[in-house]
Design a protein around this ligand. Structure first.
Ligand code: SME
Length: 151
């Protein structure tokens, strides 16, 4: 499925105001994980700024033990502080990395902004080495912008 068609599907999921936000986020994770070959785990973490921690709110793929991540720890925690996309072509090259599964080869984390505040992120793990392009970054930024409109 192309990014163009996936965007239409995401818009449809987000428009389902009869569903709770968490359910819509889970549906987005399931859609991306099932339709994009190199997306093997997809999740949304949201920040609790008072405790400087990220909390997993929705995901698709293998369950993870890392449902709470302190700011600064791992790829996710670094993005909570840098406010910038973090593309990791090879997770083995990262010292500050939290391993969820031995199958994971690459990761991308894109921050989610509401009113210019970094309130969370979308995190993708891939079993394919070096799979992410700028198209993935633009697509995931678009997803986060549209999720933010529904928060
Ligand atoms: N690998 C992430 C932890 C979250 S899992 O990918 C689900 C990290 O280093 O922050």
């Amino acid at each position: 499925m192309s990014f163009h068609i996936l965007k239409k599907e995401v818009e449809h999921i987000l428009s389902r105001s009869d569903k709770q936000l968490n359910e819509r986020l889970t549906n987005i994770c399931e859609l991306l994980q099932s339709e994009i070959d190199h997306y093997d785990w997809v999740g949304f973490y949201f920040a609790e700024h008072s405790t400087k921690t990220l909390h997993l709110k929705a995901f698709a793929g293998e369950p993870t033990d890392h449902t709470v991540i302190p700011f600064g720890k791992g790829i996710c925690g670094q993005v909570a502080e840098s406010h910038k996309n973090f593309v990791v072509p090879d997770v083995k090259s990262q010292d500050n990395y939290i391993a969820c599964s031995l199958n994971v080869k690459a990761e991308i984390v894109v921050p989610l902004f509401k009113d210019r505040v970094n309130i969370g992120q979308i995190d993708i793990d891939s079993h394919t080495p070096d799979p992410f392009t700028v198209e993935d970054e633009r697509f995931l930024e678009w997803i986060n912008e549209n999720v933010a409109k529904n928060i």
